[in-house]
Design a protein around this ligand. Structure first.
Ligand SMILES: C[S@@+](CC[C@H](N)C(=O)[O-])C[C@H]1O[C@@H](n2cnc3c(N)ncnc32)[C@H](O)[C@@H]1O
Length: 221
């Protein structure tokens, strides 16, 4: 079952079905080189003390906790559309002695004022959005970033070879072909540009059990 926020505002839960959400962390840890690519995303964001940072589509908050650990003096907000995954995030943070304020909101309706953030990081959210919602979310990110602020995004990219293409069929079967086809075609950088960002580039690429994972960075002009 797809989750629902308000009528017409759907989100796809972390592993598409609510009953799979508790398995999300172990699956990611053992299959996706999660620690390597999330640490790289945090590094490339070059966060400074006092920066206002958003983890967009934070899920179980693994990236948020890495951010907090690496940059204790940054102000890190985190947001997800799914109340069940946010409950897991809260419990996970409590186990390591951290209290997290978590926002429940849609990626394409961000509860932040214009130009109020220095960095937006997002991991594995965009393949959950239709093309229209990818663009809406990217335009929202552009709105809330200050001029010169950066977006750092990790998600499925264009497969490097036929093995990676075949592996990605598993993700597509689970999360749906409609939201993942633009990832498989390597269109994310084009959509980021279309939303109004400059300096868009793929900064790293990983081969994983489920396909090619790309890291991108882009700047608000
Ligand atoms: C695959 S999980 C990724 C979670 C986390 N960022 C990570 O890297 O492990 C995708 C997350 O995006 C959230 N999501 C999907 N559609 C959303 C939307 N429209 N607005 C906000 N969150 C959304 C889901 O609830 C889920 O937690």
């Amino acid at each position: 079952m797809k989750g629902m926020s308000r009528p017409g505002q759907r989100y796809i839960p972390a592993l598409r079905y609510d009953w799979l959400t508790p398995l999300y962390d172990p699956i990611l840890r053992w299959t996706l080189r999660e620690s390597a690519f999330k640490r790289r995303l945090v590094e490339q964001a070059r966060i400074e003390p006092g920066h206002r940072v958003l983890d967009l589509g934070c899920g179980t908050a693994t990236l948020t906790l890495l951010l907090r650990q690496a940059h204790p003096r940054a102000q890190v907000a985190r947001l997800d559309g799914d109340p069940k995954v946010l409950a897991i995030a809260r419990a996970k943070a409590a186990r390591v002695g951290v209290t997290l304020a978590l926002l429940r909101a849609m990626a394409f309706e961000l509860p932040f004022t214009d130009c109020s953030l220095d960095r937006v990081l997002s991991s594995l959210l965009f393949h959950h959005l239709t093309r229209e919602n990818k663009l809406r979310a990217l335009r929202e990110v552009l709105r809330v970033l200050r001029p010169g602020g950066d977006l750092h995004l990790a998600d499925w990219g264009k497969p490097q070879d036929c093995w990676m293409r075949a592996a990605f069929l598993l993700v597509q079967s689970l999360d749906g072909f409609g939201t993942t086809v633009d990832n498989a075609r390597g269109l994310l950088p084009h959509l980021i540009r279309e939303a109004g960002f400059s300096g868009v580039r793929e900064s790293s690429r990983y081969k994983t059990m489920f396909g090619s994972l790309s890291l991108y960075q882009a700047q608000k002009p």
